[in-house]
Design a binder for this molecule. Structure first.
Ligand SMILES: [Zn+2]
Length: 184
């Protein structure tokens, strides 16, 4: 099965910054995408390709362009990588956004379970997004889509669980395990 990884944000507007390392969502998740591709060697039934959003002045066109590429590749499912951020440093936990379709929901719940095991952060649950922030990414493509927010970059707890490479690898592996759980 074919898993499309979409790195959230773009090189021009890189999203939230985690204050502990200064990394943006775009930078941190570009690295995570590489680790997912690397760990996919352990999951021979899953073919992974990474897709990047490209700034073009229109948010809608940016999203439609990248999900057009995801569909042209023939993805069975897509997963857009983000991390959360809040002015309150106490805000913490793992959540997954879903379009609400049965396949997206099944994958979202598998991710919520596996990422929860990997990170051990508060379970904020699966959230259906049809109109609010993130919904374009969930609704644009043909393939079932999810958007993950594994941790808050603004949270000392979230930072501590994701600042070492072995932790990032465990998160990458949990995403592949969830893909296996939901589709294989
Ligand atoms: Zn984001």
């Amino acid at each position: 099965m074919k898993l499309a990884i979409v790195v959230g944000h773009n090189a021009r507007a890189q999203g939230a910054v985690r204050p502990d390392t200064g990394e943006t969502e775009f930078a941190w998740n570009s690295k995570l995408a590489g680790l997912i591709e690397d760990e996919a060697r352990l999951f021979p039934q899953i073919k992974v390709q990474t897709f990047f959003r490209e700034h073009c002045g229109s948010y809608r066109r940016e999203i439609e362009a990248v999900y057009g590429k995801v569909d042209a590749w023939g993805a069975d499912v897509s997963n857009e990588l983000h991390f959360n951020s809040h002015s309150n440093r106490a805000a913490t936990g793992t959540e997954v956004l879903s379009s609400g379709s049965p396949t997206s929901m099944r994958y979202a719940q598998a991710l919520q379970n596996r990422m929860g095991e990997a990170l051990g952060l508060k379970d904020r649950g699966v959230k259906i997004r049809r109109h609010e922030r993130g919904s374009e990414s969930l609704m644009s493509g043909r393939a079932p889509a999810v958007l993950i927010e594994p941790f808050f970059g603004s949270s000392p707890l979230g930072q501590a669980k994701t600042d070492e490479e072995h932790e990032q690898r465990a998160l990458a592996r949990s995403i592949l395990q969830a893909t296996q759980d939901a589709f294989l």
